[in-house]
Design a protein around this ligand. Sequence first.
Ligand SMILES: Cc1cc2nc3c(=O)[nH]c(=O)nc-3n(C[C@H](O)[C@H](O)[C@H](O)COP(=O)(O)OP(=O)(O)OC[C@H]3O[C@@H](n4cnc5c(N)ncnc54)[C@H](O)[C@@H]3O)c2cc1C
Length: 384
Amino acid sequence: MDFEIPENLKMMQETIRRFVKQDLEPISRKVEEEDNIPEEIVQKMRELGLFGLSIPDEYGGLGLGTFGECLVYEELTKTNACFRSRIGTSNGIGSMGILFDGTKEQKQKYLPRIASGQWTACFALSEPEAGSDAANIQTTAERDGDYFVLNGLKHFITNGDIADVATVIAATDKAKKARGGITAFVVEKNTPGFYAGTIERKMGLRGSHTSELIFDQCRVPVENVIGGEPKIGNGFKTAMGVLDKGRLTMGACALGAAQKLLELCIGYSKERVQFGKPIARFQSIQNMLADMATDIYGARQMLYHAAWTRDQGKKVIKEASMAKLFCTEMACRVADNAVQIFGGMGYMKDFPVERFYRDLRLYRIYEGTSEIQRMVIARELTKD
Ligand SMILES: Cc1cc2nc3c(=O)[nH]c(=O)nc-3n(C[C@H](O)[C@H](O)[C@H](O)COP(=O)(O)OP(=O)(O)OC[C@H]3O[C@@H](n4cnc5c(N)ncnc54)[C@H](O)[C@@H]3O)c2cc1C
């Protein structure tokens, strides 16, 4: 076993660390208050290649493997989570369907624009009646000659309001559901009958917008079926493939935030004096710090191993779900302890702990809830 991080990835980590310290951290609070990331920051993200982390270099991306992408996310989520969210859909759920299953023409048309950050991509699967039960989607795509006509409502779509292109999952044969009845489409902004609806008001992740997407007699050419004509009915498989990879990167986001919280807690507990000594000298505080550090250490080994295994071309369905489940639940335990260590200050908006506590709660819900991850793990354990 070789646990050494390759030189090129160490340099990438260092670049992101600098970007976080010099550009992101100073504006994190402003972004939180204004619920908006300034355009000059988005431009810097483009210049650093952050929109194309996992897109192969032949399409203008950085061509990082899953492990490399996880390292970048781990650094980026040590500040406000919305910055990662701004690039997350373009690197992950919004583009991976095209990369994994798209035709040569689709890859050539869309991936370079997404990788450069010129276009933002999003992924539209969830609906009011179809969350965890994703195969129950009600959005329909009816064939009409060389077109499909899409009708329906998607909700909770990250970057839905700003996306230039969406991977949209719709039912082409409701009776068949996941077994051949669901198709993935690429739909471009400004396609008549496709528009963003309400922007949802959320508990956290301010600076990152989540919106409805509405399809009203929206005509999409057959050539926009991801993978073309032969892949009609294959959309559920495409969607699950996309989410599979996302589970590892989501684990990395939780890990980065947990690491940052531990560092904040160590610093604060050494400075905050009560009963005449720093609170770090009290055994109950030490126990919390020790539990946090142990949790983080375990999560990191699990995540790195699963990501590295995936990069070896091996299947990691169970391991990816385990990593997402463990890292996200671990980070929430860490955040809870962090609020406790900061005491009243942990509850105040003047310190970032309160923001991390709210933002981290999301990771146990989206891209597959903790309960769904347990279902996947158990299914893999008990299948014949
Ligand atoms: C901020 C945010 C951003 C999002 N971004 C996107 C996006 O970009 N694209 C997209 O398509 N979706 C997105 N989502 C949707 C997200 O993926 C869903 O919210 C998630 O899959 C859960 O679905 P649900 O909210 O309908 O909950 P439900 O499925 O209704 O679940 C409610 C509860 O029941 C549990 N449950 C459900 N089924 C089972 C079962 N079989 N066994 C045990 N427990 C079960 C769940 O675990 C949960 O605890 C986003 C959501 C949020 C909050």
